[in-house]
Design a binder for this molecule. Structure first.
Ligand code: CAA
Length: 260
């Protein structure tokens, strides 16, 4: 599949999906969002791909937000639809059965911070900067930033960031729990691929069910979520990889997982 605003590369069991509009700091317009949705669908169905890495083209930005030039003339109905489209694509990333890791190479602002938050794991260059600067434009976050930021860093810090529009550096983003790791800028892709390959080497169904258990469970009361986890735990015992993983441990040899 050919894309105008994205690059897709595959290596080993990883897919690297790059938002490729560097002249606009990879800002998200409706076309880019639609392509992102199509690419995620394509990679979800691709049996060779076990982990997806999402990054931005160029040295400066992961994604500097929704495209302001595109949004400027929208009427309220079209703006609402644009927000819903972004939310739908980001939900698709969040619920994609395969782990999605954001490799944050620079600015992750507005829709860019929201995109990173829809990923499972966030690894950032030491040069990365984060923020929800929408109030500077007379709007609020529209791609679920009010919700995902509050869930990730807590209500108080989310309100501070969203009300002030302040940008924070990678160090502060790490301290508040917005990102998982900070790495030297020139090691970002290597370190992200290293984590991707580590995850790809594990029992595939177990990783996928763990993602579901965490995401779905967080929307449930604890007792129900724990029961849900037990159901997925039981389901793992229907896989060859559970038999192999436990047999390999007891035989003191590395497991040979088949992904089923
Ligand atoms: N939309 C459209 N174009 C953008 C953009 C955006 N979000 N961010 C940057 N660009 C464009 C600039 O207009 C500029 O284009 P030209 O070269 O044609 O003038 C180019 O990218 C480079 O940007 P700058 O010259 O501004 O680069 P800089 O290094 O001086 O500043 C920056 C970098 C601080 C990230 C600055 O570009 C900036 O503040 N960008 C906007 C960030 C923002 O407000 N994001 C939130 C958008 S709203 C949103 O996302 C809503 C939502 O939740 C759905």
């Amino acid at each position: 599949m050919q894309f105008n605003n994205l690059l897709v590369q595959k290596e080993n069991n990883l897919a690297i999906l790059t938002i490729n509009r560097p002249a606009a700091l990879n800002a998200l317009n409706a076309d880019t969002l639609h392509e992102l949705g199509q690419a995620i669908q394509m990679l979800t169905e691709d049996q060779e791909v076990k982990v997806i890495i999402l990054t931005g083209a160029g040295e400066k930005a992961f994604v500097a937000g929704a495209d302001i030039a595109f949004m400027q003339q929208l009427d309220p109905i079209a703006a609402r639809q644009f927000a819903l489209t972004g939310q739908m694509v980001f939900n698709q990333i969040e619920s994609c059965p395969k782990p999605v890791i954001a490799a944050i190479n620079g600015y992750a602002l507005g829709g860019g911070c929201e995109l990173a938050m829809a990923c499972d794991i966030r690894i950032a260059s030491e040069k990365a900067k984060f923020g929800q600067p929408e109030v500077n434009l007379g709007v609020i976050p529209g791609f679920a930033g009010t919700q995902r930021l509050a869930r990730l860093v807590g209500k108080g810090k989310a309100k501070e960031l969203i009300f002030t529009g302040d940008m924070i550096d990678a160090q502060e983003a790490y301290q508040i729990g917005l990102i998982n790791q900070i790495v030297p800028h020139d090691q970002l892709m290597d370190q992200t691929k290293k984590m991707g390959l580590k995850i790809a080497s594990k029992a595939l169904v177990a990783v996928q069910l763990a993602k579901r258990a965490i995401n779905e469970g967080l929307e449930m009361p604890l007792e129900q979520a724990n029961y849900h986890e037990a159901n997925y735990f039981g389901l793992c015992f229907a896989t060859n990889d559970q038999k192999e993983g436990m047999a390999a441990f007891l035989a003191k040899r590395p497991p040979q997982f088949q992904g089923k």
